[in-house]
Design a protein around this ligand. Structure first.
Ligand SMILES: CCCCCCCC/C=C\CCCCCCCC(=O)OC[C@H](COP(=O)(O)O[C@@H]1[C@H](O)[C@H](OP(=O)(O)O)[C@@H](O)[C@H](O)[C@H]1O)OC(=O)CCCCCCC/C=C\CCCCCCCC
Ligand SMILES: Nc1ccn([C@@H]2O[C@H](COP(=O)(O)O)[C@@H](O)[C@H]2O)c(=O)n1
Ligand code: MG
Ligand code: MG
Length: 222
């Protein structure tokens, strides 16, 4: 949903920044790599220590690089298969760092085995959500479904909650419950999304196999 409705807005806002970086000789790949490194640093330095506010601020500064890199490539007319591969692969690395950071907090001083498990489930299920689409497309299917919780939703839900929960350390009462709530929402939403994508791939596979079989029997009859 966010990918559909918010992308146009962010494209307008980020296009001048992308143009500026291109004029300075920065490449889309460099933005992809630096953005991922920044997200990883924010997540793995701050989240395991429970510093959710500062971790979210650092991640937010870098995460929009994922919208800038593609914008730069398109503006410069240099979109490439390699760029698409690098972008998607490093998305997975950044997501692992974010949910891994939460898991490390709950495994350590956060001291909550259930929320540690929920964080690990968010990490793994998010990767599976992406894999279902990538593998379906790799076997030639359209995978014409996005599902309930795409990457943008996973990030916005968990990072807004983490940023607000981080305000607890500055004396704001009650906000610390937001992160557990968000993690449960992302976990359940990701499970539903996997189901939606698997059902779609199963239907599209059956249709494609039936079309292939019909084509073979027509060729045999001729
Ligand atoms: C009082 C202060 C409190 C501090 C609060 C801090 C608030 C800031 C918190 C969060 C900001 C989070 C912003 C997150 C932005 C995410 C941007 C992003 O990376 O989107 C990526 C996404 C997809 O891009 P790609 O096409 O490159 O990715 C493909 C996709 O990911 C597929 O994934 P799949 O669904 O399959 O898992 C992969 O299959 C594929 O491989 C991959 O290539 O881009 C978009 O979706 C575009 C839309 C972005 C929408 C961003 C909305 C941000 C909205 C609000 C943030 C601000 C909220 C402020 C709240 C303040 C609260 C007080
Ligand atoms: N280093 C890069 C990054 C991205 N691309 C191209 O942009 C597409 C992704 O667009 P986003 O707006 O989601 O970032 C990707 O599929 C590539 O075509 C690139 O070429 N090089
Ligand atoms: Mg990108
Ligand atoms: Mg990306």
């Amino acid at each position: 949903m966010l990918n559909k409705y918010a992308r146009a807005f962010f494209t307008r806002v980020l296009t001048p920044i992308a143009a500026f970086l291109l004029r300075r000789g920065v490449s889309p790949d460099a933005v992809t790599l630096i953005g991922t490194a920044g997200v990883m640093a924010g997540a793995l330095v701050f989240f395991p220590r429970g510093e959710f506010f500062w971790g979210t601020i650092v991640i937010t500064l870098f995460v929009f690089s994922d919208l800038i890199d593609g914008n730069m490539a398109r503006q410069a007319g240099i979109s490439s298969r390699w760029g698409a591969f690098l972008d998607s692969t490093l998305d997975r690395v950044a997501d692992a760092a974010i949910f891994g950071g939460f898991a490390l907090w709950y495994a350590g001083r956060g001291d909550d085995n259930v929320l540690c498990a929920v964080s690990i489930f968010c990490l793994a299920s998010g990767q599976v959500v992406s894999y279902t689409k990538a593998r379906g497309e790799a076997i030639g299917l359209p995978v014409a479904v996005n599902g309930l919780v795409e990457r943008a939703e996973r990030l916005v839900i968990s990072l807004v909650a983490a940023g607000l929960a981080g305000l607890h350390a500055f004396g704001v009462p009650g906000v610390d419950v937001l992160l557990p709530i968000a993690l449960w929402i992302v976990a359940v939403g990701s499970a539903v999304t996997i189901g939606q994508r698997v059902v779609t791939v199963r239907r599209e596979s059956a249709e494609a196999d039936a079309a292939d079989a019909a084509g073979r029997s027509e060729a045999g009859a001729a």
